[in-house]
Design a protein around this ligand. Structure first.
Ligand SMILES: C[S@@+](CC[C@H](N)C(=O)[O-])C[C@H]1O[C@@H](n2cnc3c(N)ncnc32)[C@H](O)[C@@H]1O
Length: 219
C-alpha cells in the first residue's frame, strides 16, 4: 500500500464490495501470496471500462483473472487475458466461468508480448501488469492500436517490487536515482519516461493499490 492506511481503508470502504467469486479469488490470492491488483485498483479498472464503454480490453499478465473480473464488472464486452502460467490461466477460466463471465473472455496462454502481435486492436483499455522490465515494450506494442480516448493503465508504479524513493527522485530529475541493477524499478522508470514523453498521450499517477499510471490517447 502506498497510501496511509486510513486513506486506503477509506478508498476500500467507499468502493464496491467483492462479488462472491471475487471474494473467492481474493482469498485464493492471499492463500498463494499472489500479487493481484486489489480491490481499490480494481474499482478504478471497472470505472475505466465503464467510462470508455469498452468493447475490447487487453491485459498483459492476467494471473487467474482477478483484474479481468473488474473490467468485466465495468461492462467490457471482451477481455483478452494473457498468461504464461497455464495453471493460473486454468484457475482464471474456472473462476470466471463460475461468475458467468467466461463467454466474454479470450484466454491466451503464452508470452503476452507475442500474443499482442496477433491482435490488431482497437483496444479501449490495456492493463500492463506483467514483467516490469517489459512495460515500455508493452506500451510501444499497443500505442497505435488505441483509439483516441483509449487508455493504458500500468500497475506497480509506486509499490510492489519497485523502489518508491528511487522512482520519485528519478521523476524529480535525478537521472542516477534508480540503481542499474534494480531491473524492476528501472523498467517502471523507463515506462513512466515513455508515457510522459509520448506525443498525443496524457498520463496521471493514481495512488491506489500499488500505484497506477493511467495514460490516455488524446490525438
Ligand atoms: C502481477 S500478476 C498479474 C495479476 C493480475 N493482473 C491481477 O491483478 O489479477 C503478473 C502475472 O503476469 C504473468 N506474466 C508475467 N510476464 C508475462 C508475460 N510476458 N506473458 C504472460 N504472462 C506474464 C505472471 O505469470 C503473473 O501471473
Amino acid at each position: 500500500m502506498v497510501l496511509p492506511s486510513d486513506v486506503s481503508r477509506f478508498v476500500r470502504a467507499a468502493g464496491p464490495e467483492h462479488t462472491d467469486v471475487q471474494a473467492r479469488m481474493a482469498a485464493f490470492a492471499d492463500e498463494h501470496d499472489f500479487p493481484s491488483i486489489g480491490a481499490e485498483a480494481g474499482a478504478v479498472l471497472r470505472l475505466l471500462a465503464r467510462l470508455t464503454d469498452a468493447e475490447t480490453v487487453f491485459e498483459f499478465g492476467s494471473g487467474f483473472g482477478y483484474s479481468a473480473s473488474w473490467f468485466l464488472r465495468g461492462g467490457a464486452d471482451r477481455v483478452v487475458l494473457t498468461e504464461f502460467d497455464a495453471d493460473e490461466l486454468d484457475a482464471g477460466r474456472e473462476f470466471l466461468s463460475d461468475a458467468g463471465l467466461a463467454d466474454r473472455c479470450v484466454f491466451e496462454h503464452g508470452d503476452a508480448m507475442e500474443t499482442v502481435e496477433r491482435y490488431d486492436g482497437p483496444f479501449d483499455v490495456v492493463l500492463v501488469d506483467h514483467q516490469k522490465q517489459r512495460y515500455r515494450d508493452a506500451f510501444d506494442a499497443v500505442r497505435e492500436k488505441l483509439p483516441v480516448g483509449g487508455v493504458v493503465v500500468a500497475d506497480n508504479v509506486m509499490a510492489g517490487p519497485v523502489d518508491f524513493d528511487a522512482l520519485l527522485a528519478h521523476l524529480e530529475g535525478d537521472a542516477d536515482a534508480v540503481d542499474a541493477d534494480d531491473e524492476f524499478s528501472r523498467g517502471v522508470a523507463d515506462y513512466l519516461d515513455a508515457v510522459r514523453d509520448a506525443d498525443g498521450f496524457e498520463t496521471a499517477a493514481v495512488p491506489v493499490g500499488e500505484g497506477l499510471a493511467v495514460t490516455t490517447k488524446t490525438e
